[in-house]
Design a protein around this ligand. Structure first.
Ligand code: SF4
Length: 391
């Protein structure tokens, strides 16, 4: 399981894991409120390995089954005993039929059914069969391309990976959180880095795509361990990564440690810097970081006691990366000669930063003197070009 937003909004959803790219656009509000996760907007980072159009994801929330673990950052105890409306196979099929009938922005985009809300492979095997079986008719007709789900690394074995593949699962997201055993132990995760690696190997062996979720600023984590985790995660060659800063959620054991002064969350500035360094590691390996920071929601904001929460965390990270890249390039140019700074048109707002902050900072440093800035539709995303202009 992974990062969670534990606000129950209806009888189906009792523990929302932040998983999956969900095309919530064009959906009625009542449905977007059920799955507020990835939205493929600013936090989705351009990468050669990303599909041209985002998948159309049909989210299915499975009832929280009572996790036997107690990760420090998780407040599952506060929801224990909450309504556990069991999603039936019939309900799964009705949801799929309903959502397939909705108009889509990208009609040819592949359709995925995503099971959120728990460690799927921790469910009883019969229950897994029931849920996956409900999707089979849609897979058979080609209306649904594949199934995606999330789980814990220690709930994956070669047999489970085979079972998933045989039932049409194409993507499994693992809540790895860290690849440092001391950090994992200090965070009460209940699994090791070796189990993360073994799980990735099992899933890849079966040809499944693998997503890894990492948290920054867990107990015992620091810049060194976070970067080492990022490098190890990149070496595992996942198909996608999500980065979440650790937040202090009301009702979690971490909240108690925080109140006792035994845990200090990352500042927003540090979390942004750390996420930026990890993003660059994954970028160097051509691994898409499909989300940075939790999907903002009113319910999340109510439960966050402390920590680097920002509704546009991913945008802050990308903006910081741009600032650093542009500053480095402009600092090394020959002074007293006009230059042209070229950026992708689609990157303009991220380059500028919130409130034009990046431009103001570059200007204050004197780096924009004699610089003509061009936003070009032909410039590749996430690239910065600085060239001298012939005088
Ligand atoms: S305790 Fe850990 S594994 Fe269990 S639900 Fe919470 S985050 Fe997931």
């Amino acid at each position: 399981m992974s990062v969670t937003d534990y606000s129950a909004k209806n009888s189906i959803l009792t523990c929302k894991r932040l998983q999956g790219a969900t095309d919530a656009r064009q959906r009625p509000e009542s449905h977007t409120s059920v799955c507020e996760q990835a939205d493929n907007k600013a936090d989705v980072v351009p990468c050669d390995r990303l599909p041209k159009s985002p998948p159309f994801v049909i989210p299915i929330f499975i009832a929280h089954q009572g996790c036997p673990h107690q990760c420090l950052f998780c407040n599952q105890r506060s929801i224990t005993g909450a309504s556990e409306g069991m999603v039936t196979a019939q309900a799964v099929q009705e949801t799929i039929r309903t959502q397939l009938a909705w108009p889509r922005r990208y009609p040819t985009a592949p359709v995925q059914v995503a099971f959120y809300g728990g460690s799927f492979t921790g469910l009883d095997l019969e229950r897994q069969r029931e849920l996956l079986g409900a999707v089979q008719p849609f897979l058979a007709t080609g209306q649904v391309r594949e199934i995606r789900l999330s789980t814990r690394p220690d709930y994956v074995t070669p047999e489970i990976a085979l079972f998933l593949r045989e039932h049409g699962v194409g993507i499994v997201e693992l809540g790895a959180q860290s690849l440092d055993d001391r950090v994992l132990a200090a965070s009460g995760r209940g699994h090791t880095a070796a189990q993360v690696k073994a799980a990735v190997a099992c899933l890849k062996e079966e040809g499944l795509q693998v997503g890894l979720q990492l948290m920054l600023g867990l107990p015992g984590d620091n810049t060194v361990t976070a970067l080492a985790s990022g490098r190890q995660a990149a070496d595992l060659e996942p198909d996608m990564v999500r980065l979440y800063p650790c937040l202090v959620i009301s009702g979690s054991p971490l909240a108690e440690l925080y109140h006792q002064g035994q845990y200090q969350p990352l500042s927003l500035n540090r979390a942004v810097a750390m996420a930026g360094r990890l993003w660059l590691i994954f970028k160097a390996h051509n691994i898409p970081v499909v989300r940075m920071g939790l999907q903002p929601s009113a319910s999340l904001e109510k439960t966050v006691l402390a920590g680097p929460y920002h509704p546009a965390f991913g945008e802050l990270v990308l903006s910081r990366i741009f600032f650093n890249q542009v500053r480095a390039k402009l600092s090394s140019r020959r002074l007293h000669q006009p230059h042209r700074l070229t950026l992708a048109k689609a990157d303009e707002s991220i380059y500028r930063g919130r409130g034009n902050a990046n431009v103001k900072r570059l200007g204050a440093l004197g780096l924009l003197e004699g610089v003509e800035t061009v936003f070009s539709a032909s410039q590749a995303r996430q690239t910065v070009q600085v060239a001298a202009i012939a005088s």
